[in-house]
Design a protein around this ligand. Structure first.
Ligand code: AMP
Ligand code: FES
Ligand code: ZN
Length: 302
């Protein structure tokens, strides 16, 4: 198979784009998709400061490298969850990656914040991954605001986004549907959140990481070995195989025509946000925010 652009031998074939590419032309294709993703949704500009959440996985590391290549002002943020047998390896990968490329890196440890994940798993009678997700979002937000960053970028890709959209649609969850997309506004004490890889699939990002020689850490959460949305991602994969391009169409159609309808219905209902009395984080669920309630539950249990 020949590269669609330069006719050299192709190394990657993409049915959804009806194209094959050699290594250099594939990197250029990937860069173009990131540029379109950023510009079409007005995610951020070259004048803004971007905090990139780095888990150590291929998506977030590829995102960081590509944004830096495009001349964006990026700083990495890694949250060390303190999970034995997993977190140290992820942190090591992120630290080596940032040292190799001379990227600024901020590290936060949930343990140092009084929120060690293994202890929370033992003590709280709630699904640990949702507790962990809440704590990560809390720390992302705080570091972004305290550091004066304009946006917090995560490595979510098209497969993550489409699976989440499909899941929200199956439940017709209007609150979540109104709040999904590659750009969530920064307001009321929340930093702007962006997902610049929203046009690229997991396969496409994996190819980029491979061609760029990115060492990454493959580790699904040890407390929940199945990655999130595994079943839905499998169904969507079969749909994509039968109808190439359908995933991107579904998601883009939602952004163009679906989301605004749900946003209106939520605006009509109204949602009151007030600062948490302990830490000031915006919350809609009473005096304490979710993370301060986790802290309180931990205190009660000790
Ligand atoms: P996940 O929910 O694990 O698929 O992660 C989605 C995105 O969240 C990743 O691409 C990262 O940008 C970010 N992320 C997840 N875990 C961490 C972490 N421990 N530290 C920093 N960023 C993270
Ligand atoms: Fe962090 Fe499962 S404990 S994602
Ligand atoms: Zn709080």
């Amino acid at each position: 198979m020949k590269c669609k652009i330069c006719k050299a031998n192709a190394v990657v074939a993409l049915r959804s784009h009806n194209a094959a590419f050699c290594g250099p032309c594939y990197k250029a294709f990937f860069a173009r998709q990131v540029i379109r993703g950023i510009e079409s949704q007005k995610l951020f500009t070259h004048e803004e400061k971007i905090l990139v959440a780095l888990s150590g996985g291929k998506d977030s590391l590829s995102l960081m490298l590509e944004l830096a290549r495009q001349g964006y002002d990026v700083t990495g943020l890694h949250i060390d969850l303190g999970i034995p047998g997993s977190s140290a390896a992820a942190r090591g990968v992120v630290e080596r990656f940032c040292a190799t490329h001379d990227f600024r890196l901020i590290i936060r440890e949930t343990g140092a914040e009084g929120l060690p994940i293994p202890l929370l798993k033992e003590r709280l009678h709630r699904p640990i991954c949702s507790v962990c997700g809440k704590i990560k979002r809390y720390i992302f937000n705080r570091v972004a605001l305290e550091g004066g960053f304009d946006a917090l970028a995560t490595g979510h890709n098209l497969d993550d986004e489409v699976a989440r959209l499909f899941s929200n649609t199956l439940r017709w969850d209007s609150a979540y549907l109104s709040d999904q997309g590659p750009r969530l506004e920064g307001e009321c004490g929340f930093a702007r959140k962006v997902k610049p890889l929203w046009r690229l699939t997991e396969f496409e990002t994996a190819n980029y990481a491979f061609l760029m020689g990115i060492e990454h850490h493959y580790a699904p959460c040890p407390y929940s070995p199945g990655a999130s949305f595994t079943t839905l991602k499998g169904i969507l994969q079969r749909l994509e195989a039968a109808m190439p391009g359908r995933k991107l169409d579904f998601y883009q159609g939602f952004l163009q025509r679906g989301r605004s309808a749900f946003a209106r219905c939520i605006a009509e209902k109204g949602m009151e946000l007030a600062p948490c009395v302990e830490c000031g984080y915006p919350t809609s669920s009473g005096d304490l925010c979710g993370v301060c309630r986790i802290r309180a539950a931990l205190r009660e249990d000790t």
